[in-house]
Design a protein around this ligand. Structure first.
Ligand code: C2O
Ligand code: CU
Length: 477
């Protein structure tokens, strides 16, 4: 039985004043279908981000509009997603945060052949966990994600508490010139430091949008940082916000005001009460930098919902394999700068000459970073280095992530969910995550049970860092 699940929350109208995101109920996927089928056509589409007189910008998206699509499905359903590549370079889809079979992981050359221009690739898997996930390409990511190539995958809990609205807020900057054209996504200066920041901040592709929420309703807002560079710490100003999930994984409710900095690719689900009367507003802000920045406004609409007591509600617990910490070896993982930036000229010209032109776009120009002194080789995914390490299937491991640099690095593992244990520099709230923000000079311990066999990417999610060496993979066999 097939069902189509595109569209989702009704996120639309990139520049219109009001986004009807909040009022659209989560789109029901077929009541009893067990297969969700979607087609994702990667291609360039013009869309206005900047106001006139700027021109619409040449985005690259999976659906007619950024943001989109939002795939909503229920836990237990199977997803069959067909990537149709209408770009002039090869690509793939990586399903960020999903504990899926290795062959569905979407890393060109490592887990699948790259999907060339004009080709299709079918992904099929049943997500084992409920939560707020997303997907994006895994080659030339700095440009493709920079131009908007990402989509949302929401897996709903069968037994979640009831919310009056369930909405998605994607925080993303764009590297746009004043005329609406794109600027440079990767610079030596940025890549070797904190990254190149975009020129304009948006939520769901709109600059300071107004997002409607049902008056007096309890709102579940899935807040995503899908930027390539920026770290955010979000607040819903004027309301009591509670974090109820991190990277899709349930968290015992915790006050948002205590802070939860999110690097690129990190997500939180937040519960808050909408203002009691139509017309009243709350503000979504980023307080990470010294100066709080407004990102969006939530405006109450409609007749006020009946008064009820507001209390944070926990989501049903996830079923992540529990690492056995008594028996787990401690594996050091050091994130550092390479001593000398190797330049593009070092590349084997013969290898380069043998590549089709499209592949050249995948090449990283320089190497600035390393994991355990090993840099992802220049030349993109086609020059596979040996794995960073090989883990024994079924065994538990503690990674000691050591940041030897003065920069932040959101560290991401494919195919697994970390159990975040402790830090030598701060108090860590124990939680599950697929991406953890490593602070400058920090040592952070995370654990996994290595039950999912395959070759799994392990990298910084500041895309310029990923593209200039801070990437490797872990083999579980
Ligand atoms: Cu979202 Cu390899 O990452
Ligand atoms: Cu980094």
């Amino acid at each position: 039985i097939a069902a189509t699940a595109l569209g989702g929350t009704g996120l639309a109208a990139p520049t219109a004043g009001a986004l009807k995101a909040g009022l659209a109920a989560p789109r029901p996927v077929s009541a009893d279908g067990d297969l969700v089928e979607v087609e994702l056509v990667a291609k360039q589409r013009m869309q206005r981000i900047l106001a006139e007189p700027a021109a619409p910008s040449p985005l690259i998206t999976y659906a007619d509009h950024f943001p989109g699509p939002v795939i909503r499905m229920r836990k237990g359903q199977r997803l069959r997603a067909t990537l149709v590549n209408e770009l002039d370079e090869h690509t793939s889809i990586h399903w960020h945060g999903i504990r899926l079979p290795n062959l569905e992981d979407g890393v060109p050359y490592l887990t699948q052949p790259p999907t060339g221009p004009g080709e299709r690739h079918v992904y099929e898997f049943t997500p084992p966990d409920a939560g707020s996930f997303f997907f994006h390409p895994h080659c030339n990511t700095v440009e493709l994600l920079g131009r908007g190539l990402a989509g949302v995958l929401i897996v709903e809990e069968p037994d979640a508490p009831k919310f009056d609205a369930d909405l998605v807020c994607l925080v993303k900057d764009w590297q746009l010139n004043k005329d609406g054209s794109f600027g440079t996504f990767l610079t030596d200066r940025g890549a070797s430091r904190a990254g190149t920041f975009g020129s304009v901040s948006t939520v769901n592709g709109a600059i300071e949008p107004v997002i409607e929420v049902p008056a007096n309703g309890d709102i579940r807002a899935r807040l995503y940082n899908i930027d390539s560079t920026r770290v955010v710490d979000l607040r819903v100003e004027g309301a009591e916000g509670w974090i109820i999930a991190v990277d899709g994984n349930p968290l015992p409710p915790r006050r948002l005001e205590e802070g939860w900095p999110m690097g690129p690719a990190m997500r939180i689900d937040v519960l808050f009460r909408a203002p009691a009367k139509a017309g009243q507003t709350l503000r979504l802000t980023n307080v990470y930098s010294a100066e709080p920045r407004p990102l969006a406004t939530f405006r109450a609409v409609g007749p006020s919902l009946p008064n009820k007591r507001f209390k944070p509600r926990a989501l049903p617990a996830a079923d992540i394999p529990e690492p056995d910490l008594t028996d787990a070896p401690i594996v050091p993982m050091a994130f550092s700068a390479t001593a000398v930036a190797q330049s593009f000229d070092g590349l084997d010209k013969a290898v380069l000459a043998g590549l089709p032109a499209a592949d050249a776009s995948c090449l990283s120009a320089k190497t600035f970073w390393a994991i355990n002194q090993q840099s992802w080789p220049e030349g993109g995914h086609e020059h596979l280095p040996p794995p960073l390490l090989t883990l024994e299937k079924g065994r538990s491991y503690i990674f000691e992530l050591a940041n030897l640099t003065p920069h932040l690095h959101p560290i991401h593992i494919h195919g697994y969910t970390f159990k975040v244990l402790s830090s030598d520099g701060r108090k860590v709230v124990p939680h599950h995550a697929d991406t953890v923000l490593l602070e400058p000079k920090e040592r952070l311990r995370v654990a996994i049970r290595a039950d999912n066999p395959g070759d799994w990417m392990f990298h910084c999610h500041i895309i310029e860092h990923q593209d200039t060496g801070m990437m490797g993979y872990i083999r579980v066999a």
